[in-house]
Design a protein around this ligand. Structure first.
Ligand code: PHE
Length: 473
């Protein structure tokens, strides 16, 4: 069965594809603007801390579920423990929704590549951007380009499509990134931007900053929605999961930091504001390119690298859903890819229209379609998926079985097993509960009490578990 499902051709191929999934608009578009908005260095420090204490652990958690379950996200959970597939289902749903709005932003990137090839900005960037995204049909067509290219790659399968594409796009992305960073940090006054980005002002660390950083860790590492489970399921049994789970967050974080260094020093150098939010790369950055010698060349390079990053992510978003359709609904890969892509293209329309004709059409909670889906995935589905993942690895999956899978039946040493467990069980569950509590409006004292209660329940479980172990002996 496994050969039909597909396999990675090499470990390097897997790492590049998984890093490709992680590295995306989250790193290049969201991370710099979130840092710009949330106090620069303060946000970066919290983000790095969370990657270390949570990112690695959860990455390993998802990969080990995938390799053991040897199926799509739903099937993998079910294969390890019957009845738990719903966690994977939640992730598949989340990928599906994220994909439907991700393609809209990726489409804007395609448009910008075209714009720089044709000579760059012709009018004020605020107008250019605002008019374009509100213009109805044109942004939709650009997002369709992304849907079609993504489908064409996923159609070709795991090693022939996804792995091959990642092996081409990822190295180009790295090289372009380095060129842009060098250009940016050597601009006059760039040092101001570097300071803003890397020098933390600890007084700016607030609960809101921590919550924003935590959400970003999940999104950026493609965690909590089954992507790493799906990619992990194509790994051979003798691969070293522990090493891969280290490489991928490191690569992802390096690119996020380089993205900040590519953008913020340039923004400061031209006396522009870092707090522009989502418009930072679409409005502020084109201004920078317009003012710089050979700006168009740098513009093409920058948007091309963002497109490659976005495509290696859309591939994984689509693959999560396609692998479910192939494994569970038994459709062949070609049919599954085309079917899912058509539905995604249809949902991309209201997503794109949310910036134009449907901007004022409120779906729920006073949010328009795009904002509502973003809220649903970032504040509900992702943290719930992450929490369930922690509960599953920490409490549901038999410890011995888990340990054997992680260490390839004892072939690889993993002395940090207990520390890893603590990370997942306690830090993971506490931090994810925190996001969820605040998403449902439980804040302040009530939040603290709730977290203490959760912790006490965990301690109780711990005591009971030990008792059971002792009586078993
Ligand atoms: N990690 C991707 C990014 O940073 C987004 C993504 C999330 C992709 C989940 C796949 C699964 O852009």
């Amino acid at each position: 069965m496994s050969s039909e499902r597909g396999n990675w051709g090499s470990n390097v191929g897997f790492v590049l594809a998984a890093a490709g999934s992680a590295i995306g608009l989250g790193n290049l578009w969201k991370f710099p603007y979130l840092a710009g908005k949330n106090g620069g260095g303060a946000f970066v420090v919290v983000y790095l801390g969370l990657i270390v204490i949570l990112g690695f652990s959860l990455m390993l958690g998802e990969m080990v579920i995938g390799r053991r379950g040897k199926s799509d996200a739903f099937g993998a959970y079910n294969n390890i423990k019957k009845g738990w597939g719903f966690i994977g289902m939640l992730g598949i749903l989340c990928c599906f929704i994220v994909y439907s709005y991700y393609v809209v932003i990726a489409g804007w990137i395609v448009k910008y590549i075209g714009m720089f090839i044709r000579g760059g900005l012709t009018e004020d960037p605020v107008l250019t951007f605002g008019n374009f995204i509100a213009s109805g049909t044109s942004p939709i067509l650009y997002s369709f380009i992304v849907v079609v290219v993504t489908a064409a790659i996923v159609l070709k399968g795991v090693s022939g499509g996804i792995e091959k594409a990642s092996k081409i796009m990822m190295p180009i992305l790295f090289v372009f990134m380095i060129v842009i960073v060098i250009r940016s940090v050597t601009l006059p006054n760039a040092i101001e931007g570097i300071k803003y980005f890397l020098k933390p002002d600890f007084s700016l660390i607030t609960p809101a900053v921590i919550i924003a950083a935590l959400g970003q860790v999940f999104f950026s590492l493609s965690l909590g929605m089954g992507a790493m489970i799906t990619y992990g399921s194509y790994l051979p049994k003798d691969s070293n999961l522990i090493k891969s789970a280290l490489y991928i967050p490191i690569l992802d974080t390096v690119i996020a930091l380089l993205a900040g260094l590519a953008i913020l020093p340039a923004v400061f150098s031209f006396g522009l504001e870092p707090t522009a939010g989502p418009g930072l790369i679409f409005i502020t950055l084109p201004r920078v390119f317009a003012a710089m010698p050979f700006g168009n060349v740098f513009g093409i390079m920058f948007f091309l690298l963002v497109l490659f990053a976005a495509l290696t992510s859309t591939i994984s978003l689509l693959e999560v859903v396609v692998s479910f359709v192939v494994d569970q609904l038994k459709l062949d890969r070609k049919k599954a890819t085309i079917l899912v892509s058509i539905i995604i293209a249809a949902i991309a329309i209201p997503n794109s229209h949310s910036f134009g004709p449907m901007a004022d059409f409120k779906v729920f909670f006073g949010l328009n379609f795009f904002d509502f889906l973003g809220y649903l995935t970032d504040n509900i589905l992702l943290p719930v998926g992450g929490l369930m993942l922690c509960l599953f690895v920490g409490y549901v999956w038999d410890k011995e079985d888990l340990k054997n899978e992680l260490t390839n039946d004892g072939d690889i040493a993993f002395p940090l097993f207990s520390a890893w467990m603590i990370g997942i069980k306690y830090l993971g569950i506490q931090l994810l509960s925190l996001i969820l509590l605040q998403a449902v409006g439980i804040t302040g004292k009530k939040m603290s009490y709730s977290l203490v209660i959760i912790f006490m329940i965990q301690i109780l479980f711990h005591v009971l578990e030990n008792k059971r172990k002792v009586s078993a002996v």
